[in-house]
Design a binder for this molecule. Structure first.
Ligand SMILES: C[S@@+](CC[C@H](N)C(=O)[O-])C[C@H]1O[C@@H](n2cnc3c(N)ncnc32)[C@H](O)[C@@H]1O
Length: 392
């Protein structure tokens, strides 16, 4: 019965959300994504025929099929209290598009994912107004901020999830994992960085993706890459390497000796604590963003670090070069922390693939949502089948 659960994925990216829903038996019948490389990654994993690699606004009403569920995260423009409450405001275009799909497809359920502050945005106020007396009046909305780590993903990533249902209230899924899940807890302990990247080769050989190309949507693109193809390293300067060596697991720019601080940070003694940070083996990672390959953007240094030489002039240990891994995480490691399957196929340049990875919804979180919604849709489908049989 679940094989018949049809879904549309809007703003589909490279397919993180679809991975989770497909894992619960949902079948994507339409995906819309305007970034060609991201759409190609989606197509490489789920088939090209049902993917529209274009602007959502260019999809005609007639091309919108009936489905059980629409999933997607329309980008959110801003968080000021001013403006945007007007549905006709041109900046609300993407939200209007999402609602146009809901009106034409009439799914039983829709799911919106967005940034954690989403509930404070004018777009959210607009969504509530539409559910109250507008285009979404049939739907009952539930929403909450969920942390992917609480659903078995080795990453602390908070997202607002909205479930809209016209087949009765559907609550957000309860956590399955917890930071302090003791022996008597029903919950499992948070999964850690070690659980997902602990066995990979510590020193990737290549600095580049393999030299291959494949045609999607009539256009040749770099790819298709999978697995260790993405396990690539960078070539940092000796100054950068020097900096990395002083950052222990869980540490960041405040561990750098003053002499090694870049000027911009030296002038800014507070704030942005996790830049030039190092992951910890025994914890879920911080949020993987689109520029995870730049250590200056967050806590993205490889977690393997053991204290080595004591540097008297700085009053600090630098890393032991043999027992430490002084590099940023590879694309492959980032994709696993983002909960993509180990053999997921990827299309695009290094920067495009990093953007796809960083933008995605971790599949474990999406799957928990799918698992919560599925019984509601299946019972509806069973009732419908029984009705049809009775009339046959
Ligand atoms: C947060 S990402 C989606 C992530 C995706 N749900 C996943 O789990 O992998 C939002 C996506 O919306 C796409 N997008 C933005 N504006 C669009 C438009 N007008 N038409 C189609 N796609 C659009 C962006 O290219 C981006 O990939």
């Amino acid at each position: 019965m679940t094989k018949n659960l049809r879904m549309i994925d809007l703003f589909a990216g490279c397919g993180g959300m679809t991975v989770g829903f497909a894992g619960e038996g949902f079948r994507s019948v339409l995906a819309v994504e305007w970034d060609k490389a991201a759409a190609a990654t989606y197509a490489a994993n789920f088939g090209e025929k049902h993917v529209i690699a274009g602007d959502i606004a260019s999809v005609p009403d007639e091309a919108i099929p009936e489905t059980d569920i629409i999933i997607g995260g329309p980008p959110c423009q801003g968080f000021s209290n001013l403006g945007l409450k007007d549905i006709k405001d041109p900046r609300n275009q993407l939200w209007r598009e999402f609602m146009r799909f809901v009106e034409h497809s009439r799914p039983k359920v829709f799911v919106i994912e967005n940034v954690d502050r989403f509930a404070k945005s004018p777009e959210f106020a607009m969504l509530l107004a539409e559910a109250d007396h507008g285009a979404l009046a049939e739907y009952e909305l539930q929403h909450a901020v969920l942390n992917a780590a609480d659903y078995g993903v080795a990453q602390r990533r908070k997202r607002t999830i909205v479930i809209g249902s016209r087949i009765g209230r559907i609550d957000l899924p309860a956590p399955t994992h917890a930071k302090d899940a003791g022996e008597n807890s029903d919950l499992l302990p948070w999964r850690t960085v070690k659980d997902v990247i602990g066995t990979l080769p510590p020193h990737p050989e290549s600095t580049d993706l393999p030299n291959s190309r494949f045609a999607f949507f009539g256009e040749e693109m770099p790819g298709v890459f999978r697995g260790l193809d993405l396990h690539i390293r960078r070539t940092p300067t000796s100054k950068s390497l020097d900096r990395y060596s002083f950052v222990p697991p869980g540490g960041g720019r405040f561990d750098l000796p003053d002499e090694l601080l870049p000027n911009c940070w030296a002038r800014k003694p507070t704030g942005t604590t996790d830049v030039m940070g190092r992951l910890r083996w025994d914890m879920p990672s911080v949020t993987i963003r689109t520029e995870f390959f730049k250590p200056e953007k967050g806590q993205y240094l490889h977690p393997q670090w053991e204290a080595g030489e004591w540097v008297e002039a700085y009053g600090k240990h630098r890393s032991d070069p043999v027992r430490s891994v002084d590099r940023v995480i590879s694309h492959y490691e980032a994709s696993l922390i983002q909960d993509f399957p180990a053999d997921y196929r990827w299309v695009g340049t290094k920067i495009q693939i990093a953007r796809q990875i960083g933008n995605a919804v971790p599949s474990g979180l999406a799957r928990a949502i799918a698992r919560q919604i599925k019984p509601h849709l299946v019972s509806q489908a069973v009732e419908r089948a029984e009705r049809e049989l009775a009339f046959a």
